[in-house]
Design a binder for this molecule. Structure first.
Ligand code: IVH
Length: 688
């Protein structure tokens, strides 16, 4: 093949793989293979400079830094969108009412799209080639950022088949959250600027003077509209325009929908609100656009905003506020956590007054001082955190945070183990904070599940020195409890009862409840399975366990080579450090004593089935099951202590309906008896 042909083939392949990776989200080759193609093309072009073209992927980063960005006048102004500030459904209803009234229509069709949180840019393609990219600027005049936008691999340098003579594509440059986090890690490691959020990082990169710097920023692009066009049969709807842009090879969001009426808008707003946290990028709302371009033209503009579009927001996930103080909390294992006390701020749907700073290193990295203005983020249900400082405060010497040398709760010295981020209180269970957290963890829903033993009760029990450790809980009586503040006789009796009920729990729950550092629910399950009893766990020979594990590992390596099936590795997921932590905890004399006392109070029961715990219920089976016979299902249910009856009555707790279920299913519906399908049954039996 001639070098010329080869160069062309490589160019096409590279751009195709860019598209597969960035636009279609369906890469076909590895990064290494991509790099090989790219390097081959670079080499060819170096050897044969005449083969270089402006639209070669190697020319994405080219040229020297610019002295300044040049102004670009938009032929058609780049407008902004009216924002509907009412984040409830009413926002969508109001827009739909207005559109129906102004268009004189019963029902209006809309294009619904995510509102990307980045920077608006205009891309001008002439004869299918990217000629110029500009920022929005003030809407009339923007800045020429062609050199930087060319480095964005999801922006095609040439359009696919039958490109219009002239086409201005408008859209948003943004950054994926994960790319943003990685970028910030790199920036931090190299002592560079750490960005507050993906939008700022993207906006800064687009307006860089040096394209080499922009090329190092992981930018992406989504098209959402058009500007000038020539020699193009413009589709008649917004959704049609986006479909065409997609066909030309431009990245268009898959999350877009065509909907009708207010219900359609509301449903989309809700749906995207749920999708929001799963999306790889930030959105701060959705955009509704009247779908018909002809109707859009009739509606026209007010000031700088089209009448036919609206942005319907979600409650903000980030807000700015001031740090009033930095307190220190002591956790169950004695770890000291710095927590910023904030000027209350409404973010992510709740009022936030505290935000964690995780540990000393994190606090130093973000360089947060009392009096600073900071960006607080609360996304989904995660605990609020400080993203970074937006404006430093006066920063007097006393505003700088120092990790306390003594525990703020018990006064014991604190230590920071070398190589660890955590600072700990050395007070152990002498420390009331650790005692409280230990009790709360022990009583937690996923541990011993003691209803009614919440923070307020635990606080008093520890402060008044009624309870010092979990074993003491089983000595409490209603009289003692009713002496606590805000505890009536009835609640005291209820609490005694729920403590009583917790005397019977499974081994994995019990192990988890002990609060051994590093032992979460999963590890607790492994330990329970491996040892079968707490006594065995207490007497474990960890040195031998480590040897066994190593031996099976070796044996498996041999088997793998020989193509034989491998053995189950004992203690999988439990490394030497964790083994040591478990051993130290269990053998610490005070802990050992508490565990012995607990074992005298508690009866460890058989593991409960995975999923929802249902005990001693009456089931009726009907229809045929695909994965088991009815007899098998009956045996499995009975093994768990349930009854299986033959006819449905008011006493039936559940009906399990397989395929072709008949009159029993009807009866269940009539009586309002809950009906389970096969999958739910399998879950109940702990099979899936
Ligand atoms: S359409 C005439 N669609 O939001 C309407 N804009 O305040 C022009 N944006 O500057 C914009 N996602 O940067 C449109 N799906 C979307 C959008 C979107 C984000 C941005 C855009 C614009 C700003 C409007």
């Amino acid at each position: 093949m001639s070098p010329e042909k080869r160069a062309r083939a490589l160019r096409e392949a590279i751009e195709r793989h860019n598209r597969l990776y960035y636009v279609e989200d369906a890469p076909q080759i590895s990064d290494a293979e991509y790099d090989r193609l790219f390097q081959e093309l670079q080499r060819l072009e170096e050897e044969h400079p005449a083969l270089r073209t402006a639209d070669s992927p190697t020319a994405r980063v080219g040229g020297a830094p610019l002295p300044e960005l040049q102004p670009v006048r938009h032929e058609i102004p780049m407008l902004s969108i009216r924002t509907e500030t009412d984040t409830s459904d009413a926002g969508a209803v109001a827009f739909d009412n207005r559109m129906r009234r102004e268009l004189g229509l019963e029902r209006v069709q809309y294009a619904a799209e995510p509102k990307f949180d980045g920077l608006a840019v205009s891309l001008l393609y002439e004869g299918g080639r990217l000629e110029r990219a500009a920022t929005r600027g003030d809407g009339e005049v923007g800045e020429d950022v062609t050199h930087n936008v060319r480095t964005i691999r999801s922006v095609p340098l040439t359009l696919l088949a039958r490109a219009p003579r002239r086409l201005e594509v408008r859209g948003e440059v943004y950054m994926d959250r994960r790319d943003f986090e990685k970028l910030n890690q790199r920036q931090q490691a190299s002592g560079g600027k750490v960005f507050v959020n993906p939008r700022n990082a993207a906006a800064g990169a687009v307006r860089q003077l040096d394209p080499k710097l922009a090329a190092q920023r992981p930018l992406r692009f989504f098209a959402y509209g058009i500007g000038v066009t020539q020699g193009w049969q413009v589709p008649s709807t917004q959704s049609g325009v986006l479909d065409e842009l997609e066909r030309l090879g431009l990245p268009v969001s898959r999350e877009r929908r065509v909907v009708e009426g207010a219900e359609g808008l509301i449903e989309y707003h809700r749906h995207m609100g749920e999708r929001r946290r799963e999306l790889p990028f930030d959105i701060d709302g959705v955009v509704y656009k009247v779908n018909s371009l002809e109707a859009q033209a009739r509606l026209g503009f007010v000031a700088r905003e089209p009448r036919w579009a609206v942005a319907h927001k979600y409650p903000a996930q980030e807000e700015m506020t001031e740090v009033l103080g930095i307190a220190v909390q002591v956790g169950r294992t004695g770890v000291l956590t710095p927590v910023a006390k904030l000027q209350p701020v409404f973010v992510g749907g709740v009022t936030v007054t505290n935000a964690t700073l995780h540990n000393e290193d994190e606090l130093r990295r973000k360089d947060v001082w009392v009096g600073d203005r900071v960006v607080v983020r609360r996304a989904g249900d995660v605990i609020p955190e400080i993203v970074g400082v937006s404006a430093p405060g006066p920063r007097r010497a006393q505003d700088r945070f120092e990790m306390p040398r003594t525990c703020p709760v018990c006064g014991s010295p604190t230590v920071r183990v070398e190589g660890e981020a955590a600072t700990r209180c050395t007070g152990g269970l002498y420390c009331k904070a650790q005692r409280k957290q230990t009790l709360l963890h022990f009583a937690g829903r996923r541990a011993m599940d003691i209803e009614g033993l919440g923070e307020k009760v635990v606080d008093q029990l520890v402060e008044r020195e009624i309870v010092a450790n979990p074993a003491d809980l089983y000595r409490l009586d209603a009289q003692t409890l009713s002496g606590l503040d805000r505890m009536g006789e009835k609640s005291a009796a209820n609490l005694v009862e729920s403590i009583g009920a917790s005397r019977e729990r499974t081994l994995p729950r019990f192990i988890y409840a002990l609060g051994i550092p590093g032992v979460g629910e999963e590890v607790a399950k492994i330990l329970a399975r491996q040892f079968g009893s707490l006594e065995a766990l207490m007497q474990a020979d960890w040195a031998k366990a480590a040897q066994d594990k190593e031996a099976v590992r070796k044996e498996n390596a041999r088997r793998k080579k020989a193509g034989d099936p491998s053995l189950e590795v004992p203690f999988e997921g439990i490394g030497p450090e964790l083994m040591e932590s478990i051993q130290t905890f269990l053998h610490e004399p005070h802990n050992a004593q508490v565990i012995r006392r607990l074992l005298a109070e508690i009866r460890l029961s058989k593991p409960e089935p995975a999923g929802r715990a249902v005990e001693g219920k009456t089931f009726v089976l009907t229809g045929s099951l695909a994965t088991m016979t009815r007899d098998e299902a009956q045996a499995a249910l009975e093994q768990l202590g349930h009854k299986v009856a033959s006819s449905v009555s008011r006493k039936t707790d559940y009906v399990v309906a397989g395929a072709d279920a008949g009159s029993k299913l009807e009866k269940a519906r009539e009586l309002g008896v809950p009906v389970l399908d096969e999958k739910q049954l399998a879950r109940l039996l702990g099979r899936i």
